[in-house]
Design a protein. Sequence first.
Length: 365
Amino acid sequence: MSESVVTTVSAGWAVLAAIILGGLAVVAALGWLTWNRLQPAGLPTGFTSANGRIEATEVDIAALTGGRIAAINAAEGDLVKAGDVLVQMDVVQLNAQKRQSEAQLARAEIGVETAKALVAQAEAQERAALAAVDQAASVAEAAALRLARSEQLVRSNAISQQVLDDDRARDAQARAGVASAEASHAAALAGVSSAEAQVVDAGAAVDAAKASIDAIQATLDDATLKAPRTGRIQYRIAQEGEIVGSGGRILSLVDLGDVYMTVFLPTSQVGRVQVGSEVRLVMDAAREFVIPATVSYVADVAQFTPKTVETADEREKLMFRVRARIDPELLSRHIEYVKTGLPGMAYLRLDPNAAWPDFLANVVK
């Protein structure tokens, strides 16, 4: 009876093993079929392909002037929009400088008003001096007429010589008064010019104070570092509390609006590629998605084949760098899925009249 039990158990294990192996075979077959369906069956005439990696423009977020980092508002991997505040530099000293310049501006504006008051005072003095000139001129004119009559009368002995001498003295005194009044008027005019120069000088001080405030305000604005464009924070280079110099890098931002794949094509193919030609990208990590792109750059100068090309024959050829850029509008619709560094294939249409093969026909929209 024991032999019968052993035989039954052995048979059961054999059946179970057969079922497991059969299931594994089915899974393997389905997996192979799925993988095979995702592989291109071969490119028709008018197309070529090359491998590359997804790249994007990197933007450094750096301090314009040196100082201490007060706050960093973004972490590595964060998606940020253009205009978002990423870093705030310490601005305590700048605010103090601004207040000092504002005080200097207030003082300069008071100086302008004081100088204008001095101009008004000098102009009043000039008018008074001009009136004194007119008065002295009138006195001199009267003295000259009196002297002329006295000279005529002395010839006929109508008046004494003493009277003539007195009139001559009064005439000389009147002419001296005119000269003195004119000198006072000239001094008053100089005073007006001096006061007006003080107004100009005070106005220049106002302009200098305003320029200083504008410069400090610009530095304050630059102390708030904002995202220049929509992108993803790649990594933090500095930390809060650290002191960085002028131009010191704090964050590295990947511009997700300028994403492309760079590939290399041989001389025989690159001559048929033009800027604006259609390209389809397929990532190794997501072969079921076909991403449309266009050729945005074709190198004018050839270079040796990069190390990523493995065959000896290909290494002997000169290659041209070609960049396939993804439409920014398409990127904006799927921005949360954009990743750089992913390897994949770029399929380029060399013949604009050739129809895309079925595995590249349905593109992401």
